[in-house]
Structure formats: C-alpha cells, structure tokens
Design a protein around this ligand. Structure first.
Ligand code: ZN
Ligand code: ZN
Length: 273
C-alpha cells in the first residue's frame, strides 16, 4: 500500500489486450512447486496500453506468426491489430515499455517504427551475455528478437533504465528481475489507485497468491522478492495485473465493442473469482 499522490497527475485508462493463447497446456508448465500438475491450465498473451493526459504508452509488443507457429501458440490477431481496434496506431506510438526480452514480449518491435523502447540495463546484459549460454534460460528467447533489440540500440531507439524510472507523472518503471535478469514492472495511477502491470513477475494470480514460482525462472529468490515488490507498489491484490492469466479477461470490465480487451484501471467485475 502506498500513498496517494499529492500533486496533480492524470488518472490513466489501462487496457489489457489479448492477442494469443495456448489452451492445451498443463499446470506443470506454470507452477514450479508440486500441485496437480497434470490438470490443464491455459495461458493467454497480452499487450497493455496506458492512456491519459495526452499520452499513450504501450507495454510490450507481443509475438508474430512465425513464433506462434514454431511454438504452437494460437495467434488470434497481431498485437498491432489489437491496438488498432482500440484506436491506437502502433505506427505513431512514441513510447513502448519492454518489460523483458522474451519472445512473447519483444517479438514485434518493428510494428512500432516511431517508438522509443524502454528497457532495463540488466535485461540487455542478461539477454546478450553469459545467461544465454544455458539452454534452460534461452528457451523463451528468440535470437532474432535480441538482435533486433540491439539494432534498435544502434539506431538510438532504446532508452535504458537502471532501476526505478519515471516515464510520465503517475507512470513508473520498477526493476524486479527473477523471471529474467532485468524484468521490469509498470506502476500506473488510476481512478482506483495504483495498479501494477506485473508482466512476468506474476504470470498468474496463482503464482503470486500461493507463492508458487513460474518454472521458467532465472533467480527464484528475486522472483519471490518481486512478488513482494509488486504488492508494495500496488493498492491491493486485485491491483496487481498478472501477465498471462486468462482470469484477467474474466474479471475485468470489457471495453464495449472490442474483442478480448478489458479495462484494468477499473475495479474487477467479479471480485470473488
Ligand atoms: Zn517471460
Ligand atoms: Zn511472458
């Protein structure tokens, strides 16, 4: 729980937009500690958009058809198409936060030709250095995405951050690590208080609420500390928005007329779920 801002900042609208899914997935792929690992536990893939005060900031870029086919994911639409349906032209977005460089978050940088990409120093070091010598850590990384991110560095299109950074009044980035070397989460001021887009700091509410790590993890201690950081930054358990949980679409109010798009700046429709 954190303090209410004492200065004037916008209350932002925050959209979660689903673009892909994998229905046929066991719980063992999502929960490290023993559970009923054979039971199905589908996963959803999102990008997020933050609008208000004349700004529009996109969080993560998703993946494209080649990665979807190779990895057996159902791509329902491109992330850019999902944003376009919500009135956001990816071609003109000025700021994109890359929470980390895994394929499902950093696979579509080229859909944002006008954007500056916000990335933690540690994530670039992690994705281009010693950790990538290990297959277990390489699994969620596509080399071409990393090469493309490096190309954007050389084109002056990447703004690096080292820990906490302010993108705009009421929008801050926070280094968490754990799942990858330099994973960052985004905290946003909304009409219901501070909301945290946790991305892969918490794939599912089940991960953070039962303290059960996601199995793709670089540092379990940092992941566990990351849950605490997210909870401290957010104004309540429902203010932490997990990165891949199908319950996000079920729990938050849909935007009328839009496919698979919900407002996470508003209170959950069904707080019991
Ligand atoms: Zn990830
Ligand atoms: Zn992910």
């Amino acid at each position: 729980m954190t303090e209410t801002p004492t200065y004037e900042i916008p209350t932002y609208e925050v959209l979660a937009l689903r673009y892909a899914a994998q229905a046929d997935r066991p719980a063992s792929a999502n929960l490290l500690l023993p559970d009923d690992h054979a039971s199905p536990m589908p996963i959803d893939y999102f990008v997020w958009a933050i609008r208000g005060g004349g700004r529009c900031i996109v969080v993560d870029t998703g993946f494209g058809p080649e990665a979807a086919a190779r990895r057996g994911r159902a791509l329902m639409r491109s992330p850019a198409d999902a944003l376009a349906a919500a009135g956001i032209d990816a071609a003109t977005v000025a700021d994109v936060v890359l929470t980390h460089l895994h394929y499902d978050h950093a696979g579509c940088l080229d859909a944002f030709p006008a954007a500056t990409f916000h990335l933690q120093d540690k994530e670039m070091a992690y994705s281009t250095g010693r950790p990538m010598c290990h297959r277990a850590l390489r699994v969620p990384v596509d080399l071409d995405d990393v090469l493309n991110a490096v190309r954007h560095v050389f084109a002056d299109r990447v703004r690096f951050h080292d820990g906490t950074a302010t993108l705009a009044p009421g929008i801050t980035l926070h280094l968490v690590g754990g799942h990858s070397g330099g994973l960052q989460v985004v905290r946003v001021w909304t009409a219901r208080g501070w909301v945290v887009l946790a991305s892969d700091a918490a794939h599912y509410w089940a991960n953070i609420r039962t303290r059960n790590p996601f199995p793709l993890v670089a540092d379990v201690l940092a992941m566990a500390e990351g849950w605490r950081i997210c909870e401290e930054l957010a104004d309540g358990p429902d203010h932490v928005i997990p990165g891949h949980d199908p319950l996000v679409l079920a729990r938050f109010p849909a935007v009328p007329g839009l496919l698979d798009t919900v407002r996470v700046d508003l209170p959950p429709v069904d707080p019991e779920r």
